[in-house]
Design a protein around this ligand. Structure first.
Ligand SMILES: [Zn+2]
Ligand SMILES: [Zn+2]
Length: 351
């Protein structure tokens, strides 16, 4: 009897082994989409300087499986860097993959990494700055979603692609950060999607590192007037043609923003993802083109900003500027971000 049981169990053992070998690895991690274009890096890279950073790439459609560290992927374009997947466990829906980027870039330009994971692939791009530039003032490194930030001693040049690092009903449905939305949006109105879809932009903002008041207070232009920490541009309080924004608010998505007809996603009002997920209601949100910083709708003691002027700002010490600075605040009522023009002299933007 014992011998028969033993023989049977051996049979089952070999059977199950054979089964595992034949099937297409049911334990393998798989995902539905990977968003390289909205990937971010924890540090800026410079030609000829040793570099170590973490790259974060969002995915959707995870299957809850654990995965091991990957093999190093060599950069192309700009050579000398590798991207190595860190081990982790997929969520059952959306999440982030982390890669260790290291090496020494051999030129300035774009380092590209062919990323392949869980049945999806895409190209991750890192801007490598030319050597010899001045170190970027620390406060600008808070703009984590820029594709590059450089400084020449007078101007801070910020490049961004305007792809939000959060979900949106305006991403194409196949995108890892697409999420359908219905319900209410900013000011309690019911969301009504506009016909546009988010697409990659190529925006360059040149802003003064030492902002100064300008008595002319030039009106803000239509289009980009500043940039948020996640690389999404700020727009002013008007809809196309200079009419009030009220008719457009219904098309703000779950994070209170929308793309215009060329697919440029932008914030007219409080960037809800930054004030509730990435930072707080009183945190630095970004900068306008005149170099003055923008803060959330509260002060650090959770009070409402007091005595905002015609340009929607005021002066006092902030976390980033302990000796005091003029700064703008978001508000729930018009003009939401900026009032009758720039407080200072605006830099330039190409978009
Ligand atoms: Zn708009
Ligand atoms: Zn304030």
């Amino acid at each position: 009897m014992k011998q028969i049981l033993f023989a049977l169990s051996v049979l089952f053992f070999f059977n199950s082994c054979g089964k595992d070998d034949d099937t297409t690895s049911p334990d393998t991690a798989s995902i539905a989409a990977l968003a390289c274009a909205s990937g971010s890096f924890s540090a800026a890279a410079t030609n000829g300087t040793a570099y170590t950073a973490t790259a974060t790439i969002a995915y959707s459609g995870g299957n809850s499986k654990t995965y091991t560290a990957g093999a190093a992927v060599n950069s192309t374009g700009v050579a000398g860097l590798t991207a190595t997947l860190q081990a982790g466990t997929l969520s059952s829906s959306t999440g982030n993959l982390s890669f260790t980027i290291s090496g020494t870039p051999t030129s300035a330009g774009t380092a590209s990494f062919a990323i392949s994971f869980g049945g999806q692939s895409c190209t991750l791009s890192l801007t490598v700055n030319a050597a010899g530039g001045m170190p970027v003032p620390a406060v600008y490194n808070k703009i984590y979603g820029a594709t590059s930030i450089t400084y020449d001693g007078t101007w801070v040049t910020i490049k961004c692609n305007a792809l939000p690092d959060h979900k949106s009903a305006y991403y194409p449905t196949t995108h890892a950060l697409y999420e359908a939305y219905s319900g209410t949006t900013f000011s309690g109105v019911t969301f009504n999607k506009n016909p546009n879809s988010i697409s990659t932009q190529n925006i360059t903002l040149k802003i003064p590192a030492n902002p100064a008041v300008n008595a002319t207070h030039a009106a803000t232009p239509m289009g980009v007037i500043g940039v948020a920490l996640n690389g999404v541009p700020f727009f002013n309080q008007y809809a196309a043609g200079g009419s009030a924004l009220s008719g457009e608010i219904v098309s703000f998505d779950q994070w209170w923003a929308h793309p215009q007809m060329t697919g440029m996603y932008h914030y007219h009002v409080e960037p809800l993802y930054l004030t509730t997920v990435k930072a707080t209601k009183s945190s630095l949100m970004g900068f306008l083109l005149d170099g003055f910083p923008v803060y959330g709708p509260k002060e650090t003691d959770n009070s409402d900003p007091a005595g905002l002027d015609a340009y929607h700002g005021h002066t006092h010490a902030t976390v980033e500027y302990p000796s005091g600075i003029y700064h703008y605040h978001f508000s729930t009522a018009a003009p939401y971000l900026n009032g009758n023009g720039f407080y200072g002299t605006a830099g330039t933007v190409t978009q």
